[in-house]
Write a protein that binds this ligand. Structure first.
Ligand SMILES: Cc1cc2nc3c(=O)[nH]c(=O)nc-3n(C[C@H](O)[C@H](O)[C@H](O)COP(=O)(O)OP(=O)(O)OC[C@H]3O[C@@H](n4cnc5c(N)ncnc54)[C@H](O)[C@@H]3O)c2cc1C
Length: 268
């Protein structure tokens, strides 16, 4: 019971952003398996490093950012600021809510909210690159880490960066409560800590109640594809796997890929 309450429950809540553990037990098994096999990792330099690397491998000008799509169909995409793009195929890779706005009829899942707070401190409360999990569900902090010890590139030279996460609806007076809780978790005064940023994302993680289908179709029609974590599992791996399935379907529909759809599914 001690291991379940003290480690497994808070670890699963942290891995899937689901404080009440309403997720499918299969997805919970999968998350624990991935954790046991791969441990925890973050991209060096911040979360944007991975998409930046992927984009850098493409010919210059292939990717445009800051362009908001207002309408999408197989043959045309309308944007708020850059007019209309004509096309042969569309892959819609937004979050679930926007996907359903652009393509009415798509299901919108429920979401788990996540609030992240970044603090800097005169001295690191620990030199360990360790994720601290709070076993007491009273919170508000679910987990916290000295991110400058995990990846020094995330903080300016000589500065300490502590990143802490609140799962679900944050309490009133979030920053004060979090600061007080962090003092207990790290066993040090946090009076001198400075809040750098507090970001609340209401639609952070699509919920995965049972029975959860991790292989929701990504090909709506020949030429129209939808991918993202909401078509697979609510993780970066899920988003990448559904993107791989969408890319394989599109290439097959364009006659640029052999094999079968079943083989694509297995590969993803
Ligand atoms: C705070 C937080 C912490 C997380 N931590 C982890 C973690 O540790 N591990 C993990 O595996 N997962 C984590 N996740 C979940 C993970 O970030 C998502 O599962 C993943 O980013 C989903 O990828 P995606 O490509 O499906 O969607 P997104 O990453 O949401 O990408 C969708 C893109 O579509 C763009 N877009 C939206 N609307 C439009 C429009 N109208 N026109 C043009 N573009 C549009 C958006 O700008 C965005 O770039 C976390 C999520 C949050 C919010």
């Amino acid at each position: 019971a001690r291991t379940v309450q003290g480690v497994l429950r808070p670890l699963l809540a942290a891995l899937l952003g689901d404080p009440d553990l309403g997720m499918s037990s299969r997805r919970a098994d999968q998350a624990l398996r991935a954790f046991a096999r791969g441990r925890l990792a973050v991209p060096e330099g911040g979360a944007a490093a991975l998409p930046e690397r992927l984009a850098a491998a493409l010919p210059p000008g292939t990717v445009r950012t800051g362009v908001r799509v207002t309408e999408a169909s197989i043959s045309r995409v309308t944007t708020a600021e850059h007019g209309v793009f004509r096309c042969r195929s569309v892959v819609l890779a937004t979050g679930a809510r926007t996907a359903a706005e652009l393509l009415p009829g798509l299901r919108t899942p429920a979401f788990h909210a996540v609030t992240v707070l970044h603090h800097t401190a005169p001295a690191a409360p620990t030199a360990d690159p360790t994720l601290l999990l709070e076993a007491d569900p009273g919170g508000p902090v679910a987990h916290t880490a000295v991110m400058s010890a995990v990846d020094p590139g995330r903080a300016p030279e000589g500065r300490t960066l502590i990143t802490s996460t609140v799962l679900g609806t944050p309490p009133d007076d979030t920053e004060r409560r979090v600061r007080k809780h962090l003092a207990t978790l790290y066993g040090t005064s946090t009076d001198e800590w400075e809040l750098l940023a507090l970001r609340h994302t209401p639609d952070a993680v699509p919920s995965m109640p049972p029975p959860h289908d991790a292989h929701r179709p990504v090909r709506l029609l020949a030429g129209l594809y939808v991918c993202g974590d909401h078509r697979a599992t609510s993780t970066l791996q899920g988003a990448l796997a559904s993107g791989q399935r969408a890319a394989a379907s599109l290439l097959r529909d364009l006659g640029l890929r052999g094999g079968t759809r079943e083989e694509d599914e297995e590969a993803a």
